[in-house]
Design a protein around this ligand. Structure first.
Ligand code: ATP
Ligand code: MG
Length: 605
């Protein structure tokens, strides 16, 4: 490569941009990017590309070798109102400056990439530039841009200068070494970028992982401000547990160790690297507030967005990064949300996280802490994602009447002869669940009941319907399990009298074999929501649909026996119903009336 340009003219030479460039520039500056700070990402990306290209060229020509420890250097001159970005990349000669910066949508980088078709993919530098547009984002914040560049194989430097309005100038310049320096004369309304703090923040957000160190000048000295190499691109064997932990803390703004680290590279039709972590403690910020996954999407190491919802909300506790080459970006590098590539990545991520959870779930003790932190969120997946519902349910551990931390599979394995369904009782209070009269009949039969105390537990079992062909059956819902034989005549008469007194408040009053200690209880109809769900609906101020619950009475209980032989048992009907409500954790319909009834019957006694 030799320079065709001579250096005899010292006077600036003025040229017009290619056709309609002025208008195009206007578009780039005013419409292309949603965020002005992007200009830094674009200029740093170009500097990184140029450095990578030079590194690649030096493989076959030692004379082009990069200086030791190449870096991208940024400095801010507040007085002079400039930001300067310098690299030791390939540089550009006069023609290249004219061609690459004087013509919009002419990408020297992608032209270079095209020449690499015969190079093995693993040897190819991984360049970012492709559209030939990014450079012009500089005009969002600068009213004049100077580019001083010296090509690696040349002794001469050239200065390109433009105010971004249809014209640019080219003139000979000085540059001690090969590379490119970009000087942005910052517009008055973009002065906020003249703070090193601001620059550091923006660079860390958008370009934290490009492979060449980025240095920022402060008080006359340059210091690196980025993490540098993208950890997720390194082979796993080269990464220590500590590297992972540090990266996790940096990424998630966490202080703990990751509970799980999932790092892999997908190869084949779709290529991407992913590095995901599950925290070992709940983050400070309430997870409930925002359930959108914040897993970061990078394309060729460049941060693109943390808003691509790479994981569903029920895995929103996962923090991490996905990096791909395959994603079609639009010119502003803002992604097209609906691309099938993204959907494929999403699917792969969910499967991978679930399979990791499955592995980890084998250690009951370790899984317990996970479920305490994030179980509530994970359970939403049973509700929201029918495709993965059974898989998620299979991971979880539950308290039951027979112990702590059982899986559904273990439950099924313990089911006695004759038990057809998986029984559960949902409610807000774990302690109250354990003593609920709903359990009495199940205890008599020797059937285990899962005790589910998370708010979401009122929802997912009904949604899941069954697990491994065993129906999930709410214990507070009639299921035909305890239908009593014909009750004695006096009990049948009592049922009729009570039902008449209670009217529409209950769908029926029946004698039941399921109660051993309590006089009566409410049982939801099998066609509607169970009692826990009805309670939630009431508390949320929603109308409760479905038939009214039925009141089951215990014919063996002393009070019921006494009622059956009294002349006007219906006078006690409301009291019986209110007691059953209380038992379920609900208030009596009219607390004052209830107290009067209690007081009256106590004074009689
Ligand atoms: N710092 C630099 N060193 C050497 N060449 C550069 C530098 N900055 C820009 N160029 C050249 O200018 C061209 C245009 O840059 P620009 O950022 O507009 O487009 P791009 O990087 O090719 O594509 P993209 O729009 O995806 O960024 C580049 O392709 C490259 O050839
Ligand atoms: Mg670019």
């Amino acid at each position: 490569m030799t320079e065709t340009n001579t250096v005899e003219t010292a006077a600036p030479e003025t040229r017009d941009f290619g056709a309609e460039v002025g208008r195009l520039l206007d578009l780039v500056v005013h419409s292309l990017y949603s965020d002005r700070e992007i200009f830094l990402r674009e200029l740093v990306a170009n500097a990184a590309d140029a450095t990578d290209r030079r590194r690649f060229m030096a493989l076959s020509d030692e004379a082009l070798a990069l200086p030791e420890n190449p870096a991208i250097k940024i400095s801010v001159d507040k007085l002079g109102q400039t930001i300067t970005i310098a690299d030791s990349g390939t540089g550009m000669n006069k023609d290249e400056l004219a061609e690459h910066l004087g013509t919009i949508a002419r990408s020297g980088t992608s032209a270079f990439t095209a020449t690499l078709a015969n190079t093995k993919p693993e040897d190819r530098p991984n360049l970012i530039g492709q559209f030939g547009v990014g450079f012009y984002s500089a005009f969002m914040v600068a009213d004049e841009v100077e580019v001083i560049s010296r090509k690696v194989d040349s002794l001469h430097a050239w200065a390109w200068k433009s105010a971004g309005r249809g014209q640019y100038t080219l003139q000979p310049a000085e540059r001690e070494e090969a590379g490119t320096t970009i000087i942005l004369h910052i517009k008055p309304d973009a002065e906020d970028f003249l703070e090193p703090m601001r620059i550091e923040h923006v660079i860390r957000k958008w370009a934290d992982h490009i492979a060449i160190p980025i240095e920022l000048e402060r008080d006359g000295t340059f210091a690196a401000i980025t993490e540098g190499a993208a950890l997720w691109r390194k082979p796993k064997v080269d990464i220590s547990t500590q590297d992972y932990s540090e990266f996790y803390r940096h990424l998630g703004h966490m202080f703990d160790e990751p509970w799980a680290t999932i790092h892999w590279r997908a190869e084949g039709t779709l290529e991407f690297s992913a590095l995901l972590f599950i925290p070992s403690s709940k983050p400070f910020m309430a997870v409930e507030e925002n359930r959108d996954s914040k897993v970061r999407l990078h394309v060729k190491r460049m941060f693109i967005t943390d808003d691509a919802k790479l994981l569903p909300s029920w895995l929103s506790f996962v923090v991490g990064i996905v990096d791909t080459e395959d994603l079609p970006l639009n010119v502003s590098r803002e992604i097209l949300q609906s691309t099938p590539v993204l959907d494929k990545i999403r699917k792969a991520l969910v499967n991978r996280v679930l399979s990791e959870l499955k592995t980890k779930a084998k250690d009951a003790e370790a899984f317990k802490s996970f479920q305490e932190n994030f179980g509530v969120i994970l359970k939403e997946g049973i509700y929201e994602d029918t495709g993965h519902a059974a898989e998620i349910a299979g991971l979880l551990r539950f308290t039951s009447t027979k112990g702590e931390a059982t899986t559904l599979d273990e439950y099924i394995a313990r089911m006695p002869e004759g038990q057809e369904a998986i029984y559960y009782l949902a409610g807000a209070d774990a302690a109250a669940l354990k003593t609920s009269p709903q359990l009495e009949g199940f205890a008599t039969k020797g059937y285990e009941v899962l005790l589910l105390a998370d708010a979401i537990d009122a929802f997912w079992p009904a949604r899941l319907e069954s697990y491994k062909e065993k129906k999930l059956q709410s214990a507070s819902q009639a299921s035909g399990l305890f239908e009593a034989a014909e009750p004695a005549e006096d009990i049948a008469a009592l049922c009729t009298a009570l039902a008449a007194a209670l009217g529409a408040k209950v769908s029926a009053v029946v004698a039941s074999s399921r109660l051993s200690g309590s006089p009566a209880m409410l049982v939801a109809d099998k066609t509607g929501p169970d009692l826990a769900m009805q309670r939630l609906m009431r508390r949320a101020g929603r109308p409760v649909f479905g038939p009214a619950p039925r009141l089951e009475i215990n014919p063996a209980h002393g009070w019921i026996k006494a009622l059956a032989s009294q002349p006007e048992p219906e006078k006690q009907a409301e009291l019986l119903l209110d007691l059953a409500r209380l038992q379920e954790g609900d208030l009596p319909e009219n607390p004052a009336e209830f107290v009067k009834l209690i007081a009256a019957s106590l004074s009689k006694a």
